[in-house]
Design a protein around this ligand. Sequence first.
Ligand code: PEP
Ligand code: MN
Length: 338
Amino acid sequence: MIVVMSQRAKKEDISAVLDRLNKAGFASHLSEGVERTIIGAIGDKTRMGDFALEAMPEVDQVVPILKPYTLVSRAFKVEDTIIKVGDLEIGGDQIHIMAGPCAVESREQLFEAAEVVKRAGATILRGGAYKPRTSPYAFQGLEEKGLQYLAEARERTGLKIVTEVMDASTLPMVAEYADILQIGTRNMQNYFLLRAVAKLNKPVLLKRGVSATIQEWLMSAEYIMAGGNYNVILCERGIRTYENSTRNTLDLSAVPVINHLSHLPIIVDPSHALGKWRYVSSMAKAAVAAGADGLLIEVHPNPSEALCDGQQSLTPDNFRLLMEETKMVAQAIGKVIF
Ligand code: PEP
Ligand code: MN
């Protein structure tokens, strides 16, 4: 249930409600908005009637939850969540571009990509050190060496780092290097991993599962928030449909739907959705127009030599063009890219 406190509620009133919930065995999560405090309470409803709390001082309203998720919902938090990544803010009026190669392949390749994306206006560098490849014979990533190169690239450019974590055993190491932990499409429903990242206080980029509904995706985000980590950024990256002229089908409708259902920021990855570089820029612009808080774009200094996803990676020139055009779209809807 969601407990909406009145605007006059004092600390003692809120504590009293929290105590009462605690005694009934509920877990409580606080959302302290500009106007009022909202408490998300999760527990066994047989131990306390839905509306019993309305009898307590300064409780305005108790709203039973009709959806299976609570903490990710707009009902729990009315204002958009802004996630801080160092001095960057994701989810506000500024659109952030995360760009870089699919995989970290070498120091030279990464540094060159980092320079290119930085100069064009990206604020976050992407690059996989642990790669979830469909084939066991494909390049699997440089692992810790790759993470070290990412950290060096951060030092040189000031860009923040987003990189994928594939399992709980490597999480402590990846978390040591990353500014944002990416959970890939294949792991969206790896609840063990979701619970593990929930214990850290680090931003998580949660990609949509390739065949997940929006509700299932939000339930995965709920796992992370329920475990105590509220820093979740959603990422639409295309879903599998019967259409096969693109790698996946970019579900851009997810952007307004998520913006309606949830307070969490949402970014779009047109690279993995479309799977072909020539379609990436159109859908990047469309994503910004639809209200995305950022983009994830694969860029390689020389896509034809990429060890992974070269066919969908932009050249430096094409990335610069994408940035110029996307900035105009952002401006048209009252947002800025940097
Ligand atoms: C990636 O971003 O490198 C990646 C593997 O993406 P996804 O999980 O969306 O396939
Ligand atoms: Mn890729």
